[in-house]
Design a protein around this ligand. Structure first.
Ligand code: F6P
Length: 550
């Protein structure tokens, strides 16, 4: 198995790392100088993958920087680790699992083995079962308990069992059946379920309970309340069979909840939660957009999988984006990374990436358990442009922090818009290009003075520039393009985890809070004495209880 084990040199002592540190210490020319010396970088620093045109010319890098970053990737065996993932090796070492979300989008005739067994037929069997079910719901053949057509789909799940389908439903709204109402419930705050169902007719509502483990307290609590809501209205336990389906790896828990095994769509432990949305977890989306569009989405993912697996290093988009993130995170001490989509439909895209990136690479020990002595995953954040321009972009332009950013935009608006609304698209994209230009090149004091600005204001109106951005352009936001974008980020996250020598596929950091919540709950509900509560939390629990009683 390909692994960077504890007897390999510490990352920061590798000559390839120190070469990068020296290169950084030597100082980087301003982006203005880089472009003045080499305008051709605008054409050269572009990679194309599938429908994506990825421009990384506005980064503080030269050919030398890129070569040094590539050397680090070679030294840390990124491609060897990639191949081990695609081969189905158990690269998630702390959970002793293979990591094969790439098999979920493999074509029918592909062979991907886990422990000597080809998993592709099982993947396609579930996709076929999902397609059959989706078609029956969409056509009205699948009816509710009273014989009414299903018009509302409510996905109940959290984390990876929510964010992917919720994000993709927003992204692909123009491709959805507009006759269906599709909602997503994740928060254990009862208000979430209340708002999701308050205007729905239970007889027309299908709940999709999405949980890999089927033990997640938020999801099981919400699913139980949803069942009560349904049965209160329909008055017959048999209604559950027509109004509840489950997406899970845990058949025993699903049947224990009362959902028929026939109404379960399975996936496997080699699919991580945050990598699961093109498994059965995508059922709500498949019902909304139909099986053919869902297949286009999977094919988009697969295009980028193949690119990542086969493209040479210098043209390999996930590798490049991963290395650029390492350049800023590890050598400029950048703490965060902004993802700024110029599409209203991508309003949940960055939230989705937060789990993908931060749950994967928010780690501080290496694969062998020894502490990392280098920065790992960044804080990922952002909202769609142009709204952010009138809120937090000020800090990106003139604040004290270096915030590398990805700008994602589309050449064409969605077809469904009126001609007048379509015409707004060029204005949206003018903002898109203006921002990356301003961030990179800024405005010098001389330029400000030439405009006749009073001397006292010159400093305030000067833009230092030199803020790095990646521009990702695609023709339009289709299911395939969405798949390509997500796979691009999945593999970028993989590259970074591989260099940092961390397990990007476990998430032990979420466990402690879950255990403590379970322990604290009786103190809130019954005032029980909870052993081991620290003084601060004990005082807060007391304050909560007295406020509750008022
Ligand atoms: O937050 C931890 C986590 O395990 C995520 O990784 C996962 O996506 C989410 O909880 C939901 O888990 P499940 O699908 O098992 O309900």
């Amino acid at each position: 198995m390909s692994d960077v084990s504890s007897d390999t040199p510490k990352l920061t002592r590798r000559p390839e790392w120190t070469a990068l540190a020296d290169h950084r210490a030597g100082g980087q020319p301003h982006l203005r100088e880089l472009f003045a010396a080499d305008p051709g970088r605008a054409e050269r620093y572009v990679v194309r993958v599938g429908d994506l045109h990825i421009d990384y010319s506005k980064h503080q890098v030269s050919d030398e920087t890129l070569a040094l970053l590539q050397e680090l990737a070679v030294a840390t065996d990124v491609f060897g680790q990639r191949d081990a993932m695609f081969r189905g090796e158990r690269i998630n070492t702390t959970e002793d699992r293979a990591v094969l979300h790439t098999a979920l989008r493999a074509p029918r005739d592909a062979v991907v083995e886990v422990d000597g067994e080809n998993v592709v037929p099982a993947v396609h069997a579930v996709l076929d079962k999902m397609a059959g079910f989706a078609d029956r719901v969409r056509s009205g053949e699948w009816t509710g308990h009273t014989g009414k057509r299903i018009r509302n789909i409510v996905n109940v799940g959290i984390g990876g069992s929510d964010l992917g389908p919720a994000m993709a439903f927003e992204a692909l709204r123009p491709f959805t059946d507009r006759g269906l109402t599709v909602r997503f419930v994740s928060n254990v705050d009862g208000a979430d379920l209340h708002e999701a169902v308050r205007d729905l007719d239970p007889a027309e509502t299908l709940f999709i309970v999405a949980s890999k483990t089927f033990t997640t307290i938020e999801t099981i609590t919400n699913a139980t309340s949803a069942r009560t809501w349904l049965l209160d209205a329909l008055g017959d336990d048999k209604a559950v069979a027509k109004h509840f389906v489950a997406l899970s790896t845990n058949a025993e828990k699903v049947t224990g909840f009362g959902i028929d095994a026939d109404n379960m769509f399975e996936f496997w432990d080699w699919v991580g939660g945050r990598y699961s949305f093109d498994s059965a977890i995508g059922l709500s989306l498949m019902i909304a957009i139909g099986p053919d569009r869902f297949r286009e989405l999977l094919d988009g993912f697969h295009t980028v999988d193949e690119h990542f697996r086969t493209a040479p290093a210098e043209e390999n988009a996930p590798l490049l984006l991963g290395l650029l993130g390492i350049w800023y995170g590890n050598f400029f001490d950048a703490q965060s990374h902004a993802v700024l989509p110029y599409s209203h439909y991508l309003s949940k895209f960055t939230a989705y990436l937060q789990q993908l990136d931060m749950e994967s690479n928010g780690k501080s020990v290496q694969k062998d358990g020894t502490p990392v002595e280098w920065q790992t995953g960044p804080v990922v954040w952002g909202t769609p442009g142009t709204n952010g321009q009138h809120a937090y972009y000020q800090l990106i332009h003139q604040g004290t922090k270096l915030i590398p950013a990805d700008f994602i935009g589309f050449a064409r608006p969605v077809d469904e818009l009126s001609e007048e609304l379509k015409a707004q698209h060029d204005l949206l994209m003018a903002n898109f290009f203006a921002q990356t230009q301003a961030l990179a090149f800024g405005k010098t004091e001389e330029e400000v003075r030439e405009e006749g600005v009073a001397e006292a204001q010159v400093a305030h109106r000067t833009f230092r520039g030199n803020h790095p951005t990646t521009t990702i352009l695609a023709p339009e936001l289709t299911p395939s393009v969405l798949g390509q974008l997500i796979a691009l980020y999945e593999h970028k996250v993989f590259v970074q985890g591989a260099v940092w020598n961390i397990d990007s596929f476990d998430q032990w950091g979420v466990e402690l809070g879950k255990v403590l919540a379970k322990r604290i709950e009786p103190a809130l509900t019954e005032g029980a004495q909870v052993p081991g509560l620290d003084p601060s939390t004990t005082a807060l629990v007391a304050a909560y209880r007295s406020l509750k009683e008022v």
